[in-house]
Every structure is written in structure tokens, then in C-alpha cells.
Design a binder for this molecule. Structure first.
Ligand code: ZN
Length: 424
């Protein structure tokens, strides 16, 4: 429980998500795959891309005609507010910072929160500095006395109303420059180098409130549960399945919340390119890869909607996943999820002792999606969409159940340890 809380509290941006997952993997003996040329059977590796996606894998002791890939995927990003270039404004209210909306957060939940700034800075020595600054920023609500529409759902103007008051007087870039560790001195000349200049930065607002796990170990209240729960469950499952006969892979992509079309997103070549590198390093032909894909399996892990106590009708009557009742298989007739009759059957067979629920969207509510259909279409690997049920998806604070996290980890382990080849 302590490890989960530490992870959720640390991972305030996708850079931090990847840093934390990398640390877990390194502690478990995974090595940097570098250019993938020196891979050894029986060993475990990881590779990152753009600092916000991570690809980790374990190799079996031997490769044969029976070898397949067992893959679990998740995403490292979450909806939020990224500070725009030239975001500073100084007026009668003081210093404010203007954000750009990333993905689709429930904007009302960002008001009256204690926010900090975190992200990544690249300096003139071309080094990156992942930072977290607990300075205080606030997007204040307008007092109820000054507006008549505060309580019936208020329309929020994304351009005008999300400016955050900042508790520092200097402009953002100057503030960020103070966060860069001052480089020491040139070893040869012993002349102290001047502070490196900022070339670019990616700075985001984050909620400073720590994760709360209820005393009796049931409810988890935290930001970013979509999709940090899946990322952590997938990596733990991979670590616990090292002696499996399949090539097991976890890939945590960035940019799922904005459509995945980027070099570190699931719409790019990240998964396919890294799998090809592994296959080549093991001396296998590329032509055989596509045959292996057909017998392989992907578990696409992403948060699912738990039924809401005040809105039972927001769910299809026959499919109302509940907190604490297990992972949710996501099904959609229009392929917003990758699950099909074959992947569902195979998964239920290998995970026969794990509690599962199902989700199908109402016909009159547009269904969300995941990286599952994109990856399954690109690689031809049978895929199942699954996730832990959560409440308040895309709120600054979401709610889940501890047992569902462990259940999700078991689901990923069932895939990594599966001996039965995909039969369809
Ligand atoms: Zn998600």
C-alpha cells in the first residue's frame, strides 16, 4: 500500500510517471536496453522515449517456434493544465499564469485547489531537468455573491477563467531557472561555469494534495488514477513474471488523452519498432514476426467507469461495474474497445479464478476509447480492453478500490504467465 501511495504522489506529470516506473524496474534488476544489440536470454530490460513513455520487457530462457509476445499497455498521461508560452500576466490581481487545457479534465474540479508546478526543463547544455515545485498556485472560484450561476452547472470559459494566481513575483521562466541545479565547475580550467540558460520547458499545474487510502484499506482517493493504477499494476505484474516462457512486454504510452498520434504515443511506431528490435537481436526473421503476432496477446489496461451512486442511469442497466468487485472487461459493438469474442474467451480461460465485471456504454452516451483498438489494428495482435473501475474519471481527484488494483495486477500476471497459446 505504501509503495502504491508513493507512486501516486510522485507521478504528477508523465515525466514523473516514467521516472518512477524506471526506478521500480531498476530495483527489480531490469537494465537499460540501450540500442537493443546486446540482449541476453533470461534477462530483463527497459527503454524510454521522450521521457514520457516507457517500454519494459523480459526475455525467456530460450526462444522456440512456440515463443509468443504477451503484452500489457497503459498510458502515462492524464488530463490537466499545461502552462502556455508567455503565460505571465501582471494586473490588479497580482501575478497570474495562463494554462492551455490538455485533454478533457473536469475543469470545475481545478478551482480552489492548492496547485504546484511540475514538468521538464531543457537547458543550453542540452540536459533535461525533471522538476516539481510546490509553490502555491490557485484558480479561484468567483464568490457565490458575485455570480448567480455558481450552483447550477456553470459553463467555464477555458480561455478566460483558468488563469492561476501564482505566489511568486518573477515571471515563470525566471522562476523555473531557479529550480535548475547550478552546475559546478569546468574540470580542466577550474572556472565556475555560469548557470545554464533555459532553452525550452514543459510546465504543468498539478494538485498538491497527497493520495489518501482509507484506514481500513478499501478506498483510494487520488489524482491521476486514470491511468496510473494500470501503469503500476502492469509493471508489478511484469516484475513478478520473470520466469515465464513468453516474451513479456509492458508499454506505457504518453498522449492517450489527446488521441495518441505522436512518437511517444500508441499511434506512433514505438511498440512495433521496439518489438522488431528485440526480434532482430534474437536472430529471428522479420517475416516470422507477423505469424507470431497472431498467436500473441495484448491486455490494454485503462480505467473503467464504476457506477455512480447518484446516477445509476448513466450506465447500461445490465452492466454496472461496482467499486471493489473486480476488473472490468470493456466491450463496444463499434470497436471503441478492442475486445472481441475471441480475446474475451481466451482471457476468461486464463484468468478463470479472477473476479471480473463488464462495461458497455449506453447507446445514447458516446463511448470513450483506449489505445487498444489502435494497437490491435496496427499489429494484428488479439487484444482485450480491461481496467479497474473508478469514480469521477478525469476529475482532479478520482476514487478507486484497493482490491480492484490488486485484481488488475492479477489479470496482467495471468497474461504474462499464460502457457496456452492463443487458439483462434
Ligand atoms: Zn485512461
Amino acid at each position: 500500500m505504501k509503495q502504491l501511495k508513493e507512486f501516486l504522489d510522485f507521478a504528477v506529470t508523465p515525466y514523473h510517471t516514467v521516472e518512477a516506473l524506471k526506478t521500480t524496474l531498476e530495483k527489480a534488476g531490469f537494465k537499460d536496453a540501450k540500442d537493443f544489440s546486446g540482449l541476453e536470454l533470461g534477462k530483463s530490460y527497459f527503454a524510454t522515449r521522450a521521457g514520457t513513455s516507457i517500454f519494459a520487457f523480459t526475455l525467456p530462457a530460450k526462444i522456440s517456434s512456440e515463443t509468443v509476445f504477451h503484452i500489457a499497455v497503459a498510458h502515462s498521461d492524464f488530463p490537466g493544465l499545461r502552462l502556455a508560452p508567455n503565460s505571465d500576466s501582471f494586473d490588479v490581481t497580482g501575478h497570474t499564469l495562463h494554462p492551455e487545457v490538455y485533454g478533457s479534465p473536469i475543469l470545475s474540479t481545478w478551482f480552489d485547489r492548492d496547485l504546484g508546478i511540475a514538468g521538464n526543463i531543457v537547458t543550453s547544455d542540452l540536459k533535461q531537468h525533471i522538476f516539481r515545485d510546490d509553490c502555491l498556485c490557485r484558480i479561484p472560484n468567483l464568490a457565490i455573491h458575485l455570480t448567480r450561476t455558481a450552483n447550477p452547472q456553470q459553463q467555464i470559459n477555458k480561455q478566460e477563467e483558468l488563469n492561476a494566481l501564482a505566489d511568486f513575483e518573477e515571471c515563470l521562466e525566471e522562476h523555473l531557472s531557479k529550480l535548475i541545479p547550478n552546475e559546478t565547475c569546468d574540470k580542466h580550467s577550474f572556472i565556475a561555469s555560469t548557470q545554464n540558460k533555459i532553452l525550452s520547458y514543459d510546465a504543468r499545474l498539478f494538485d498538491k494534495a497527497p493520495t489518501d487510502i482509507s484506514a481500513n484499506g478499501t478506498l483510494i482517493s487520488s489524482g491521476r488514477l486514470d491511468n496510473l493504477l494500470s501503469a503500476e499494476a502492469a509493471v508489478r505484474a511484469l516484475v513478478n513474471s520473470k520466469d515465464s516462457n513468453s516474451i513479456n512486454i509492458v508499454c506505457v504510452f504518453d498522449h492517450e488523452e489527446i488521441g495518441s498520434k505522436s512518437r511517444e504515443g500508441a499511434g506512433g511506431n514505438l511498440l512495433q519498432a521496439n518489438i522488431a528490435k528485440i526480434w532482430n537481436a534474437l536472430g529471428q526473421s522479420e517475416a516470422s514476426l507477423y505469424k507470431v503476432f497472431e498467436k500473441s496477446f495484448t491486455l490494454s489496461m485503462d480505467a473503467a467507469h464504476a457506477v455512480h451512486p447518484g446516477h445509476l442511469n448513466a450506465h447500461d442497466k445490465g452492466n454496472q461495474p461496482r467499486l471493489g468487485f473486480g476488473s472490468v472487461l470493456k466491450i463496444n459493438a463499434n470497436k471503441r474497445y478492442a475486445t472481441d469474442v475471441y480475446s474475451e474467451a481466451y482471457f476468461k480461460k486464463i484468468a478463470h479464478d479472477i473476479a471480473l465485471q463488464t462495461f458497455v456504454s449506453r447507446n445514447d452516451i458516446a463511448c470513450g476509447s483506449t489505445v487498444g483498438p489502435t494497437l490491435s489494428a496496427a499489429l494484428g495482435i488479439p487484444t482485450l480492453d480491461i481496467g479497474a473501475p473508478i469514480l469521477s474519471m478525469h476529475s482532479i481527484r478520482e476514487t478507486a478500490h484497493v482490491e480492484d488494483f490488486f485484481n488488475l495486477q492479477k489479470c496482467a500476471e495471468a497474461v504474462f504467465k499464460a502457457e496456452e497459446p492463443f487458439p483462434f
